[in-house]
Write a protein that binds this ligand. Structure first.
Ligand SMILES: [Zn+2]
Length: 357
């Protein structure tokens, strides 16, 4: 991000030369134990009696869901709840289409909604919402969040998708009181991912038309890669055995990369900067890129996202997969490496442990 500088988090441990394959779940467990075992136990101990509320703020496609889900996987999924506002709004959209569920929802809102527009107008805004902008009145959104949270037992919360606009930032300051988690610490988790990373994540994204699994031709390959000799194009083959070798395809619009979501990215950046300058609320800063010149000092090689490229070996009739560290330019124009999710989560765990204990 321009304007504010997130520190590089050092995940490299002096004197430890052991290397891990971070794609492998078992090796990942050993990796987290080595890099953050002490802090993992501290957070688990804390969560026995307490919880927290964390707001994830990062640009679209910054990996918010990935990091919080991996955090939960490491610390204990039964203690942590990833709450996506976007998913909630979509689910409620479905409820509104069902006569019985709709009645229940409306009667809940009659008792709990307070806002500047009538409940009827608010519900109609929810129904007509454009799924891209999710323009649901904030007061209605908060009543709905409260309802969802009351349904579940108390857990630590990762909130994804709120605050979404600048006007919602001040609402987030009162959020924990609103849902009755009065003594819980609230934390902002700010994620800095260069736009060039978001761009390539979009441009090379491929989706299985059958099971909808998403992969990346350049950054997250499948086991089998095919080659279309007519089009002279490489393609990913879905790993899911049920899909029987289904060819993964590009979603319409993805080829444009960040061009199509520029406006959203600008709003997201303003939001991050605003949250960054708030007083009185602890912040965790996650930075996804490390300048190549400084990498040796801060990170281990295996923590860098690999980039894949392919060669067609005609005489052997197969595709050869090449792998090398992925290099991008960050938003300041420094040649940088992109980090895999696990080192981001190590940084998250360590900063979280500091705040909570
Ligand atoms: Zn599939």
């Amino acid at each position: 991000m321009k304007g504010i500088q997130f520190p590089i988090f050092k995940t490299k441990l002096e004197g430890k030369t052991q290397s891990f394959n971070l794609i492998d779940p078992k090796e990942r467990v050993a990796y987290f134990e080595l890099k953050a075992g002490f802090e993992i136990r501290k957070i688990r101990e804390y969560l026995k009696e307490n919880s927290f509320i964390a707001y994830l703020l990062g640009k679209k496609n910054a990996g918010k869901g990935t990091y919080s889900k991996m955090f939960a996987e490491v610390i204990g999924p039964e203690k942590i709840f990833h709450f996506s506002i976007g998913d909630m709004v979509r689910e409620i959209g479905k409820e509104l289409g069902d006569r019985k569920l709709r009645k229940e929802l409306v009667s809940f809102l009659e008792e709990n909604y307070r806002g500047w527009i009538s409940l009827e107008e608010a519900i109609s805004a929810l129904e007509k919402r454009d799924t891209k902008t999710l323009t649901v009145p904030t007061e209605l959104l908060l009543a709905l969040v409260k309802r969802e949270i009351a349904k579940k037992e108390k857990k630590a919360l990762f909130i994804d998708g709120f605050p979404r606009d600048l006007d919602q930032i001040s609402f987030s300051l009162f959020f924990r009181d609103l849902i009755g988690y009065r003594d819980d610490p609230d934390i902002f988790i700010l994620i800095d991912v260069p736009e060039s990373i978001i761009d390539e994540r979009l441009k090379y994204r491929r989706v299985c038309p059958l099971c909808k699994t998403s992969r990346n031709l350049k950054l997250l390959s499948t086991e089998k890669v095919g080659y279309d000799q007519k089009l002279k194009e490489f393609y990913l083959v879905c790993d899911n055995p049920n899909c029987r070798g289904s060819k993964m395809v590009q979603k319409e619009g993805d080829e444009l990369g960040i061009q199509a979501i520029k406006e959203r990215l600008t709003t997201d950046e303003k939001l991050i900067k605003q949250a960054f300058s708030l007083y009185g609320i602890p912040k965790i800063l996650l930075r996804n890129s490390v300048p190549v010149a400084e990498a040796k000092e801060y990170i281990d090689d295996y923590e860098i996202t690999p980039a894949y490229s392919y060669e067609w070996l005609a005489e052997k009739n197969r595709v050869k997969i090449n792998e090398k560290p992925w290099q991008i330019f960050d938003d300041r124009g420094n040649k940088s490496f992109g980090l895999l999710p696990p080192p981001m989560v190590v940084s998250l765990i360590k900063q979280m442990a500091d705040i909570l204990t």
